[in-house]
Design a protein. Structure first.
Length: 367
């Protein structure tokens, strides 16, 4: 703040002899104009400043966009106390609200605008490929099939998982700030690198203590990830998985059926009888044990749960429809499980009925 005030005083001394500003009023006007923050509507847009653009042209452009509310004050400040040579070309996002001085500092830093990519927990490589094709296709644009081909190269995690057939499970879910020109060829390795940074050496040791490989732990973590969004109950879900494996009971996890449908490019958002009967080693309704590989991206929380399951006798769980937060009821008795399942099925049928009614009302309201 002190540095800014000194520069403002310098501006006043330059302009007063020219009759442009009265000292007291001029100081107040200039300071308030440069430091006042104002809202604008371009905060989510990328503003491109081309190389060689004149400083006044930059200010006029930002004023036209509503980002700079006092272009005259900023031009006077830049001409008498600033350094126009520090302004850098590039792609920018300007926060809202923002003051003219903050705009100037942003241009001097040369801050490059970024674009945000969010990979939710539980996204499959098919989901990720679709999102990249839509949001970051690259130049020339890559199709989903081409992005999936990139993900079929598992060499980047071969040291951690020699059995990996592709990068499923190793594309870490998070929100990433990326340069505007990011492409699948740069993003896919970045997602893998974030997984490697997240994976702790002690997790490999813990996996060995459980008699499991990292590949198996990531696979189990992917089942946990897709079954429960509630972090506190994930170790309990893990205990059910391990208990069923130890008792040679098929896991019967519906998300593995969904994954098979996605692999076969026929997932339409609904589990059909043909999906349940699909002949695939990933189908845990049909085959015992864990699938051959992960079925989704996995978070640190899911990995921790796979490595540290709770000690329970549970072998069943059913969605808790009363809480509506993705949590479950857990059972060690088949009898109690059937009761909970009946409650869930009644709720599910009611949801379907309400959906049919809504669709009927929408159809009737159309002209």
């Amino acid at each position: 703040m002190k540095g800014v005030m000194i520069k403002l005083i310098r501006v006043i001394f330059v302009l007063v002899p020219l009759g442009l500003l009265a000292t007291g009023a001029g100081m107040y006007w200039l300071y308030s104009s440069l430091s006042a923050k104002a809202e604008h509507t371009k905060a989510n847009e990328v503003i491109t400043i081309e190389r060689g653009t004149a400083p006044n042209t930059i200010i006029d452009r930002l004023a036209a966009d509503g980002i700079v509310r006092s272009p005259l004050a900023l031009k006077l400040y830049l001409r008498t106390a600033g350094d126009a040579s520090k302004l850098q070309a590039g792609e920018y996002r300007f926060a809202s609200p923002i003051s003219p001085l903050e705009v100037l500092k942003t241009l001097e830093r040369g801050t490059t605008a970024t674009r945000r990519l969010t990979i939710p927990e539980g996204f499959t490589r098919f989901d990720i490929a679709k999102r990249l094709a839509e949001q970051f296709p690259g130049e020339p644009a890559m199709r989903e099939s081409e992005i999936l081909a990139l993900m079929s190269d598992a060499s980047a995690i071969r040291d951690l998982d020699p059995d990996a057939k592709n990068l499923e499970g190793y594309l870490y879910p998070s929100t990433y700030e990326l340069p505007p020109d990011a492409s699948p060829r740069t993003i896919v390795p970045m997602l893998v690198e974030q997984f490697r940074k997240t994976w702790k050496p002690e997790w490999s040791e813990r996996a060995r203590a459980l008699g499991r490989t990292p590949h198996e732990i990531v696979t189990i973590a992917s089942l946990i990830e897709t079954e429960s969004p509630v972090e506190a109950e994930r170790p309990i879900v893990a205990s059910v998985i391990y208990n069923r494996i130890n008792r040679n009971i098929p896991l019967g996890i519906d998300q593995t059926v969904v994954y098979v449908a996605k692999m076969q490019n026929r997932w339409d958002g609904t589990i059909h009888k043909s999906d349940i009967e699909a002949d695939s080693p990933y189908n845990t309704r049909k085959y015992g044990g864990i699938p051959p590989g992960p079925i989704s991206s996995v978070s640190a929380s899911a990995i921790e749960a796979a490595l540290n399951p709770a000690e329970t006798n549970y072998i069943f769980y059913v969605l808790d429809v009363g809480k509506n937060d993705g949590s479950h009821h857990f059972y060690s008795s088949a009898t109690e499980f059937e009761k909970g399942k009946a409650v869930y099925q009644r709720w599910l049928e009611e949801q379907r009925r309400l959906k049919r009614m809504q669709e009927g009302n929408n159809a009737n309201s159309q002209p």
